[in-house]
Ligand binder design. Structure first.
Ligand SMILES: Cc1cc2nc3c(=O)[nH]c(=O)nc-3n(C[C@H](O)[C@H](O)[C@H](O)COP(=O)(O)O)c2cc1C
Length: 202
């Protein structure tokens, strides 16, 4: 199995270093108790005013009709590989606060935190998650009767990675591409925008 351990400049928790977004998924299903733990991890994310604005719509491959419906909410380029995953989910945000109804400016941020938790729980369990912005939110709204005050933002493919044997050359190549990141000095600033903070500068 291909391992793409992050080559970190500073030590991090194993679940973070091990996480990456595969294009090749094994057909093996994800056990319901593992799925419950992934969403439990999402549940305990921090959120503005503890609003918990995230919602997830989930479809398992065992239920072909439901799976096809969710798959149809992805853009074609994502459908091409995500259809192999045993579990698909839509990440939906409730864009207004439940109390008072005012817009929640950071709702999408908090869906991200919940999804990040879910990804790290998955990573610690040897599962993989590949997020997608390439979805058709209005199609999702129509198919799932998503109300006006909510919006489908992302999709997730969840499952076990598989190795490249027998896979399309293009997908195998994507999974072999090394993971790269900007150095800390390019995004941790101190005195002014663009000026690295002292603790990362040296
Ligand atoms: C919110 C979000 C949207 C993404 N959208 C897509 C997508 O539509 N299609 C895709 O192939 N990958 C998508 N990705 C995966 C990213 O390309 C990937 O996370 C990034 O290249 C870093 O690679 P890594 O996750 O393996 O470290 C998305 C990731 C995130 C977090």
């Amino acid at each position: 199995m291909h391992v793409k351990l992050a080559r970190t400049d500073h030590p991090v928790q194993e679940a973070i270093a091990q996480r990456w977004s595969p294009y090749l998924f094994d057909a093996a299903p994800v056990a319901p108790d593992a799925l419950r733990s992934l969403f439990e991890a999402a549940r305990w994310a921090a959120s503005s005013f503890n609003e918990q604005p995230w919602r997830f719509i989930v479809a398992l491959r065992e239920a072909p009709e439901a799976f096809e419906r969710l798959l149809s909410c992805l853009i074609e380029a994502n459908q091409a590989w995500a259809k192999a995953a045993p579990v698909l989910a839509l990440g939906v945000v409730k864009t207004t606060f439940t109390r008072g109804g005012k817009p929640n400016r950071v709702a999408a941020h908090d869906l991200g935190l919940a999804t990040g938790n879910l990804m790290l729980e998955a990573s610690a369990r040897g599962l993989s998650v590949h997020a997608m912005a390439g979805i058709e939110p209005e199609r999702a709204r129509a198919l799932y009767a998503i109300p006006e005050e909510a919006e489908a933002f992302t999709a997730l493919a969840i499952g076990y990675r598989r190795d490249a044997a027998g896979a399309s050359h293009e997908l195998a190549e994507r999974d072999r591409t090394p993971r790269t990141r900007k150095p800390l000095a390019e995004f941790v600033f101190g005195a002014a925008w663009g000026e690295p903070a002292a603790f990362v500068a040296g």
